[in-house]
Write a protein that binds this ligand. Structure first.
Ligand code: ATP
Ligand code: MG
Length: 455
């Protein structure tokens, strides 16, 4: 067999989206856009402005803020860079003089979350000079190398907000929570449950963590390998365990609420009071901790229905020391991140997804003159805000009407030579098959009115 013939027989590789990533098609993006537009609208009414931060940042930014011992940083980040130039030149065989010129390139990572980036931006743009607090929100893809399953992806999307600077008044915590709840309410998200907790601060938390570690060491043998490891690295995270066999043991562990310092206890009580003033219904959950190191005091999580075990749609909390940790001025901070994929899944499961809009008008045209008129009609209708399908090739009216039906068009505008010479256009309502003739201005008028009625 000649080489050419062999090539012909080989089937070209079929590519698929990488595991843990996926395409969102128009039938789904309708809902995604609805959710995002609602976020812009609701967050805007609370005085938040949108920030867009890069998809990748210095690895060190995430390691320092999220914590090197956390799962996110130690196992889940997509990290690259290093001596890129070096390896390229080794491959190219151009080694000469290289070692002296070589600059180690900074390691970079795809962002696993955006709070660190927002804090970096706050410092970089000296936002502490703006009126405080600065209220920002963002939306976009995040990347974590986790085992993909329902509601858990390697590229997933978050909608989040941060309040930076100013005071740590409990009313700020409550208003941020009220904003998420308002957003979910506007979307008619079902089965929404807000859990809150306080995890103390630099004064009281370390003492509690020591106590917790000591208690955990006593029962170490009865814990699974993950929790055993966390006794050393991150004992708070043991409280988070979903392992059935550990539940009885966890129930007997000391609770942070009993070990908060006076300031933290007062802050927590005031946050609860502020939530009540806003009519926000919450449940206290002493086992609620966050997986990232930077949180302190108020922490919260919101779950929704229809999601199985990945039912957390939002996680958030206060992180007063974070900006300082990243080299900025001493700054208060609180924020949250919503898992948009899970939010969408829950809305879909409960039938809250808006249907994909069909075309308003399908223009069935026949003949050269009619084509010219059809092009003009399409332009005018689109300018008036209608969604118009103008077929590129002439087709028999029967076929055109079939096409219009398949596309879910509301109307077919029929333009043949007769219509064009008479100046009377035929409009067919596809739902009931009724038909009427209009002059051009009357037709636009009629469609405008019908649109006003249906929307
Ligand atoms: P989980 O415990 O479910 O892994 P987490 O504590 O890692 O969540 P955060 O870092 O607080 O989550 O992120 C906030 C929200 O982002 C989560 O409540 C969830 O809705 C969403 N989220 C986190 N990781 C993923 C992922 N891999 N795929 C889809 N959504 C995610
Ligand atoms: Mg996680």
């Amino acid at each position: 067999m000649s080489e050419g013939a062999q090539k012909k027989q080989e089937k070209p590789r079929k590519f698929q989206a990488i595991r843990g990533t996926r395409d969102l098609l128009p039938s789904e993006t309708v809902l995604w856009n609805h959710v995002e537009q609602t976020a812009h609208a609701v967050f805007g009414t609370f005085g938040f402005g949108e920030i867009r931060v890069p998809i990748f940042e210095s690895t060190d930014l995430f390691a320092r803020s999220i914590g090197a011992e956390t799962d996110v940083v130690s196992k889940e980040m997509y990290t690259f860079g290093g001596f890129a130039e070096f390896s390229e030149r080794v491959r190219g065989g151009r080694m000469e003089g290289m070692l002296s010129e070589m600059q180690p390139e900074e390691m970079i990572s795809l962002r696993p979350e955006a709070t660190a980036s927002v804090c970096r931006a706050y410092i970089e743009h000296s936002m502490q000079q703006l009126p405080q607090p600065v209220k920002l929100y963002y939306m976009g893809p995040m990347f974590r190398r986790e085992r993909p399953q329902k509601g858990r992806y390697r590229q997933f999307y978050q909608i989040g907000a941060e309040v930076l600077g100013g005071s740590d008044a409990p009313a700020i915590d409550a208003e941020v929570i009220e904003m998420v709840m308002t957003f979910f309410d506007r979307l008619e998200l079902q089965g929404v449950q807000l859990d809150i907790n306080s995890i103390g601060d630099r004064n009281c938390r370390p003492k509690y963590v020591d106590l917790l570690r000591a208690e955990l060491l006593k029962v170490k043998d009865r814990l699974g390998p993950d929790s055993q490891r966390r006794i050393e690295t991150n004992p708070l995270r043991v409280l988070d365990s979903k392992l059935e066999s550990e539940q009885g043991i966890i129930a007997t562990l000391p609770r942070i609420a009993d070990h908060l310092c006076e300031e933290c206890a007062a802050h927590y009580a005031a946050v609860k009071h502020q939530l009540e003033m806003r009519g926000v219904i919450y449940r206290e959950n002493w086992r609620l901790v966050r997986g990232l190191d930077y949180y302190m005091r108020t922490t919260f999580e919101i779950t929704a229905q229809g999601l199985g075990s990945q039912n957390a749609v939002c996680g958030g909390g206060r992180y007063d020391g974070l900006v300082e940790l990243l080299g900025g001025p001493s700054t208060k901070g609180i924020g949250f991140a919503i898992g948009e994929d899970r939010l969408i899944l829950s809305l879909q499961e409960s039938g809250k997804a808006p249907a994909q809009e069909g075309r308003d008008v399908y223009i069935a045209w026949m003949g050269e003159r009619a084509h010219a008129t059809a092009i003009r009609a399409a332009k005018d209708l689109r300018k008036a805000g209608f969604s118009v399908e103008l077929p590129p090739l002439e087709q028999k009216f029967g076929k055109a009407l079939g096409q219009a039906d398949k596309l879910g068009a509301k109307y077919a505008l029929i333009l043949g030579d007769n219509e064009v010479s008479e100046g009377l256009w035929t409009l067919k309502t596809l739902a009931d098959g009724s038909q009427a003739k209009y002059t051009e201005p009357d037709l636009l008028d009629h469609l405008r009115k019908s649109k006003a009625v249906s929307s």
